[in-house]
Design a protein around this ligand. Sequence first.
Ligand code: NIG
Ligand code: FE
Length: 417
Amino acid sequence: MMKKGSILIKNAAEVVTCSGFHAKQGKEMAELHIVPNGAVVIEEGIIKAVGPTEEVLKQYKEDQYEVIDATDKAVLPGFVDSHTHLVFGGYRAEEFSWRLRGDNYMSIMERGGGILSSVRATKEATKKELLSSAMKRLDSMLSFGVTTVEGKSGYGLDHDTEIKQLEVMQEANKLHPLDVVSTFMGAHAVPKEYKGREDILIDFFLKEVMPEVIERKLAVFCDVFCERNVFSIEESRRLLSKAKEMGFKIKLHADEIVPLGGAELAAELKAVSADHLLQASDTGIKAMAEAGVIATLLPGTAFSLKEDYARARYMIDNNCAVALATDFNPGSCFTESIPLIFALATLYMGITTEEAVTALTINGAAAIDQADSIGSIDIGKKGDVIILEFPSYKYIPYHIGVNTVEKVVKNGILVYN
Ligand code: NIG
Ligand code: FE
């Protein structure tokens, strides 16, 4: 009998396995471990076999599976978008037009706009509204081949709205085929009434919100916007050290606008990832490589804010593990487009196509601490794979800004076709 979540993909021009169970650092990022004329077998949601079609078909009977013939197509692991802010109310199209006229992101925020305007709209939105918009966004992400996404709170900054955002993500994770991994990011902006009293706000999160988040398993990670005029290095250190003691894994928005030493702090605290890093120092980058902190780069944000890109080439040459993600959010980067991220990373950041594929698969998985179960086509991992309409992964950045994903299989089930 055919079991649910059991698929056999055969005759693929290439199966790009990205094989591995850990983050790939430096040179390792260029190795994709490709099987030509390959096949993949998924049983009850889990990868059972991968290898040349001829050999796989000797062992596995086609009548036991839903069979996909992938002749002339490339098969890859599902993409892992390891940094997004996908639950929010309202939009900021007006703010985007101000920025086009020369206004700047941080000064809009300092005037009470930016993140704080999304905070107002998110407070007003009902859970139902937030869930419905989140589900549509997840559909769009899935169409680009994303099978796991990280999402952050941080458009509440108070108890009820932070919890509401996390509950919406938990619900979306249950209802949508995509896996949603949640991050608590109460320390995303400073409301007016807390300006100059950031420590009190941090105490509030530590005492009144985070114990409940852990207790109810509403988030795995804790993140902070460590930036000038937002949360300082000392405030971020205090929040994240306590968060770690409470059982959160940690991440930072680090060195995005000014070089504050966020990369160094990430290494000191052994964070799972430090993200953005446009202004990260040489010392910070080397410390991250040494400490095994993933450098999650978000080229869509640099592009949208017209900032210089993070120094990806330098990071990889200095043995960092680089991940790429969209940073999908209503302000600094309103895009869930994986093809855009590939285009920017390869054409502007000195990342090769092979490194970009690694950065969006196994290293994306490592950036949410799941390299043992997703991010590559290896036996025992979740059956999350994508099938391109072209015979090679090399078409992904080459077909500039256009989606090349034809089919998405999540846990062995064909969910996008
Ligand atoms: O990653 N930098 C801070 N947070 C988000 C932006 C959020 C927003 O503008 O709404 C980021 O860029
Ligand atoms: Fe972000």
